[in-house]
Design a protein around this ligand. Structure first.
Ligand SMILES: N[C@@H](Cc1ccccc1)C(=O)O
Length: 487
């Protein structure tokens, strides 16, 4: 017996019937076709069966025959015949058939006498034929009489016509699903049979539209910013140049972040050419000589370095562009801006790092904003996300002073987790743009991936992004259940 035959029998040992598709699944068979090596066609036929009364007649004879047999040669008083089962019908049928007669004038009451020597019990004979399913010499009149007397009934019988299918084989083989390195190494792939692709497969129908967890968390953050009156910055430029990504942010041209190990540089087009020249000169000056109370970096600033096209390493490049556009407007107007979009870093990939991720960025600009405003604002912002305990740690960014890393206490992990970076923008950044003295800006950035991984308890980022995304996680986030908070 083949393995499959055994499995099929085991399956039927536990269940009465099977849909071939379900059976294929239960048996882990590659394709239900393998199980369809035989065809089964359902057929419904009609058959006559004896009723209980019919069965009784088959064994004991018809009612009329029983009456005849109960009459001895020299007759019997009529009332004694009444003990025979079904005597009423039997008596009248036997009278009709002319088998018996009645002597009403007999002494001691009416007496029943035999009229013939012997009888032939036709009803019993016909029922015997029906029982044997041999209806060849049963006449229509006989049949309708038997049916009228309800001695037979018509029953439906369901059966299956089983025949060999086109793929019938006595050898049930398994198709290979995957071409493995072992098959290539051993050369066994040459003789194996591979499963065909099913281009008609429809996949699982989702019950409703779903958001990827990253999009869901993104929409939750977006909602918080909008509730706080922030405007969304345009973030459609994945390709940025070094000028906006680094130089405008007072990041020196020798800074390690501007190295090919950390940043993706474009080869075609390798450089950008359009810059606001007046502003560019001011940026160059502040790097080389300083100003606005700063002594600058005191190195020779090079335009070629600023021209280099890159994939933006942070959305702070958009903040720089947005603030520059705001500075162009007079008189000065305070502003609150945010963006949530993708950034790229030339990092070595591991369970928690990818070469691209999403940043949430916020900036508030007005006269006299201080570190206290930043800390107060951070507390409010994270409270809306359900994050209560915050800690700030002094840090360094070329564009903010002071700078602070933001940590939150993670109840599940029982430790402080870094959730963002923040600071007060330097005058070296704001003043060359043209903002008046006294205008300051507080800004912060965080990744979308970190809170998402914490919320969905994902410890490998590849389960969140890329071909190995756990679809169940997506299915559990139907659009209609969009929640307002991230925890
Ligand atoms: N650009 C910083 C985040 C940040 C934004 C704004 C101010 C301070 C820090 C980062 O990529 O980590």
């Amino acid at each position: 017996m083949s393995d499959l035959t055994e499995l099929v029998l085991q399956y039927f040992d536990k269940s009465d019937e099977a849909d071939t598709l379900q059976l294929a699944e239960a048996l882990k068979e590659d394709h239900p076709k393998k199980l369809l090596v035989i065809n089964a066609e359902q057929r419904v036929t009609k058959r006559l069966e004896l009723t209980d009364e019919g069965k009784d007649i088959l064994t004991n004879g018809s009612h009329e025959a029983q009456i005849f047999n109960a009459v001895p040669k020299n007759g019997i008083p009529q009332d004694q015949l009444m003990s025979v089962p079904n005597s009423n019908i039997g008596f009248s049928k036997a009278m009709q058939a002319g088998w018996i007669t009645i002597d009403k004038a007999a002494e001691g009451g009416p007496k029943v006498l035999r009229k013939v020597e012997s009888i032939k019990d036709e009803v019993q004979i016909i029922l015997e034929k029906i029982h044997k399913q041999d209806l060849s010499d049963v006449t229509e009149t006989q049949m309708s009489e038997i049916k009228r007397r309800k001695l037979v009934a018509e029953v439906k019988v369901t059966s299956y016509l089983v025949s060999k299918g086109p793929d019938f084989t006595l050898k049930v083989e398994r198709y290979e699903n995957e071409l493995t390195p072992e098959m290539i190494a051993s050369g066994s792939w040459k003789t194996r049979e591979f499963k065909q692709y099913n281009f008609d497969a429809l996949g699982v129908m989702p019950p409703s539209g779903h958001l990827h967890p990253l999009l869901k968390v993104r929409s939750e953050f977006r909602q918080i910013f909008l509730e706080l009156g922030f405007s969304e910055m345009a973030t459609n430029k994945f390709v940025e140049n070094s000028f906006w990504n680094f130089d405008t942010l007072f990041q020196p041209q020798q800074h390690p972040a501007r190295d090919a190990h950390d940043t993706f540089f474009l080869s075609d087009p390798a450089t950008a050419s359009k810059f606001p020249m007046e502003y560019l000169e001011k940026v160059k000056d502040v790097h080389e000589k300083g100003g606005y109370g700063s002594q600058g970096y005191r190195y020779e600033w090079k335009l070629e370095e600023a021209k280099k096209n890159i994939l933006r390493t942070h959305t702070t490049a958009n903040t720089a562009r947005t603030l520059y556009a705001l500075a162009m407007q007079t008189p000065f107007k305070p502003g609150k801006f945010f963006s949530i979009d993708r950034v790229f870093r030339n990092e070595s990939l591991d369970a928690t790092h990818l070469a691209e991720f999403h940043q949430i960025e916020g900036v508030v600009i007005d006269f006299g904003l201080t570190l206290g405003d930043l800390m107060g604002f951070m507390n409010e912002f994270f409270k809306k996300l359900g994050i209560q305990k915050l800690r700030f740690k002094p840090a360094y960014n070329p564009y903010t002073e002071p700078s602070m890393e933001v940590f939150s206490y993670h109840e599940g992990l029982h430790k402080w987790v870094e959730i963002g970076n923040s600071g007060v923008f330097r005058p070296e950044l704001l003043r060359p743009m043209g903002f008046p003295e006294g205008v300051t800006a507080i800004a912060w950035g965080l990744s979308v991936e970190r809170p998402t991984m914490i919320k969905y308890k994902i410890d490998n980022i590849r389960d969140l992004i890329g071909p190995k995304v756990d679809l169940q996680m997506v299915y559990h986030n139907p659009l209609c259940r969009l929640e307002k908070s991230v925890s």
